[in-house]
Design a protein around this ligand. Sequence first.
Ligand SMILES: Nc1nc2c(c(=O)[nH]1)N[C@H]1C(S)=C(S)[C@@H](COP(=O)(O)OP(=O)(O)OC[C@H]3O[C@@H](n4cnc5c(=O)[nH]c(N)nc54)[C@H](O)[C@@H]3O)O[C@H]1N2
Ligand SMILES: Nc1nc2c(c(=O)[nH]1)N[C@H]1C(S)=C(S)[C@@H](COP(=O)(O)OP(=O)(O)OC[C@H]3O[C@@H](n4cnc5c(=O)[nH]c(N)nc54)[C@H](O)[C@@H]3O)O[C@H]1N2
Ligand code: SF4
Ligand SMILES: [Mo]
Length: 740
Amino acid sequence: MAARWFHRSCSICEASCGLRVLADREERRVLRIEGNPDDPISQGHICPKATAMQGVFEDPDRLKKPIRKTASGDWEEVSWDEAFDYAATRIEALQEQYGNDTLGVYIGNPSGFDVGCLLYNRFILESLRTPRMFSAATMDHFPKLFTSRVLFGKGSILPIPDLDRCDYFLCLGGNPIVSQGSIMSAPGVRKKLEAISERGGRFVVVDPRRSESAKVADEHLFIRPGSDAYFLFALTNVIFEDGLVRLGRFEAFTDGIDKLRELATEFTPESTAAATGIGAETTRRIAVELAAHANACVYGRIGTCTVEFGTLASWLVDVVNILLGRYDEPGGMMFPRPATGQHEPGNPMPPIAIGPYKTAARGLPTIDGHLPSSAFAEELDVAAAGERRMRALVITCGNPVLSMPAGDRISRGLEGLEFMVAIDIYLNETTRHADLILPTAPQLEHENFDFLCQSTAIRNHVRYSEQVFEPEPGEKRSWEVYLELAARLNGADPQTFDEMSLIQNATRFAGKLGLDVDHVIAQLDPTPGPMRLVELQLRCGPYGDQFGMNPDGLNLEKLKAARGAIDLGPLESRFPDILRTEGRRIALTDPMITCDIPRLLASRPSYENPDGLRLIGRRQARGMNSWLHNLPNLAKGRMRCTLLVHPKDADRHGLASGDRARVRSRVGQLEVDVEVSDEMMPGVVSLPHGFGHGSPGTRLGVAVEKQPGVNANVLTDDLPLDVPSGTSIANGIPVEIEAA
Ligand SMILES: Nc1nc2c(c(=O)[nH]1)N[C@H]1C(S)=C(S)[C@@H](COP(=O)(O)OP(=O)(O)OC[C@H]3O[C@@H](n4cnc5c(=O)[nH]c(N)nc54)[C@H](O)[C@@H]3O)O[C@H]1N2
Ligand SMILES: Nc1nc2c(c(=O)[nH]1)N[C@H]1C(S)=C(S)[C@@H](COP(=O)(O)OP(=O)(O)OC[C@H]3O[C@@H](n4cnc5c(=O)[nH]c(N)nc54)[C@H](O)[C@@H]3O)O[C@H]1N2
Ligand code: SF4
Ligand SMILES: [Mo]
């Protein structure tokens, strides 16, 4: 058969661009990958990382069969049957001996881009029977989930900038030009940002580095890392003092405004200027500009989350938008309507569960089921966690050695485990410590559905991804691995397990519409796997055909026939109907958040000290966290893992571009090449994360040769936390530098 075009999305980042892939199935060759010009959402946009879809598929280093570590430390291929048996037997034995929580689980970022992982991870989580659950979220957007959970009742009800209609975009701690947008799925984001100014609006970036986004903005303000909460509080203060509050519809269901006014009195533009580095006049002007623009939105990302006051900063983003009447209104921050029905009106959710499980070393509680990633290293460490330490671990789609705080301590800790399984496609810095690696088929070898970005997209849409190639003989898709491992742990048969879940889901979804469950199941494609669950949710969802009750509605057949996204229109107002709080009210000053204000006040002097250096991160256009450096196409070019230092700081420390610097934090040190750059705010240095690829025993030939770099997270202190949410602090780490 000749080659043909396949339509699917790029599942590397949140933009989820629509692609078309020219491939010869029989030859198992990709001939071309390009942006799908007919996709109504991404309109042909792609970035260099789209080639990773092919690169990963072809990478000779990618794992295809389960491998087990031998007594001599080598790897041997084993059958899936042996692999699942080995995993289940060891996990059960260790849990029997030490208790269920001796097993830890870590879920990494790529699992969010695979509908198989998303819809089947509950099988694994339930079967592993342990509360010791870690994920990349607490090194990422957890403060934002936390504030949405408190204010709106559900973590996934996230405010998304209505980028196409806003006339003022205040972006704090995000660099969408490089990240391609996060908690803001907006393929082709550069054009959308440029369009704001072109239509007479204003784009303002607040960032300790003159980032790629700052360079296309109308205005850039340097801010001292970690200090956004002071700046946002000062904006709040001006909004009250100048009488700019305009609650609009929210007045009817928002509580705590008077209390908020009182809380903001401590944070004037003058009293916060020394901490933020932003002059009082500028803060006042920004507040007035925000209020003067009819369609302003305030947006915060990584730089407002993984910082000392991540929860307060994320909350204050909510506060400012709400006070100015910019939530849930066209042109402001809006709330998507997923076609699979996650954000339809429903009963109130119980408050955030703090605990009951607590870590062994520090007694840190689970927060809505998540343990802080900063506790990961110490929970592996016998000196810190003692007898209750983790002795076994399941990691899926994650590389905590490079992505979590105190990476070198994690590496040592993993070495001490009695048993570790990694569900991963590479033998890398983390998985080399495993006893067993279970690979999953790469994206081109399975269908997909852009599930998560339905909650983050700037326009409502759905997109189906066609499978390009069959998995190779012996390869399994992620959902099959999850399901079969779970079944083995339960002594059950995977098919029965899967059918049970289908019936449960069908009962829930069909029940809401008053449909007969058997009738619904009979109409679904019987092929097992995540797509029949997607079909069920889609058809029962807000745009669905409701199994015949709404014949013009969506179903999987129509979605497949679209060969790209189906545009479901601009975001629309959804509040208060979708609130999942008690009485559908927003408690703006919930103590779960405001309890951290005294800490913010107490810390102010530490931000006012201009002498110390603080370290921040830096994402890169040709990488995705730690895992695309092994693709020749993306790894080529000069070494990217460099330390950016402002000329004044470089002078002070006797450093010039090309020199080696030693960087030291409370927990670690490393040596790295320096690049002197006035992009940096004085007093701030920047190092990208996700590098550090030279460890023995990995199988990442290209990464080690072309972009080895150093592991920035060796410097990330695992002790301090954003207290309410337990999120790690990856930005604003106090460091010292010297010539190496
Ligand atoms: N210092 C610092 N640290 C950070 C950050 C920062 O800004 N600064 N950012 C944080 C953020 S936002 C995130 S999301 C985390 C990411 O942290 P992680 O999710 O732990 O790390 P990744 O680098 O994304 O690693 C992804 C892993 O998944 C594997 N993988 C890729 N595709 C597949 C697949 O299809 N199937 C399977 N089974 N495995 C796959 C890769 O081989 C790799 O091992 O890092 C965090 N760490
Ligand atoms: N090419 C590429 N794209 C990616 C990724 C990648 O690794 N590479 N990773 C993906 C992932 S997992 C995520 S979560 C998203 C993240 O998406 P973004 O948050 O948009 O990406 P970052 O580049 O981390 O942007 C953070 C910005 O915050 C700034 N900053 C640091 N500290 C502070 C601070 O205290 N205050 C303020 N105001 N700013 C600060 C940094 O200088 C940086 O410019 O990107 C995703 N997209
Ligand atoms: S922007 Fe993201 S989704 Fe789009 S092609 Fe690049 S990596 Fe893929
Ligand atoms: Mo992330």
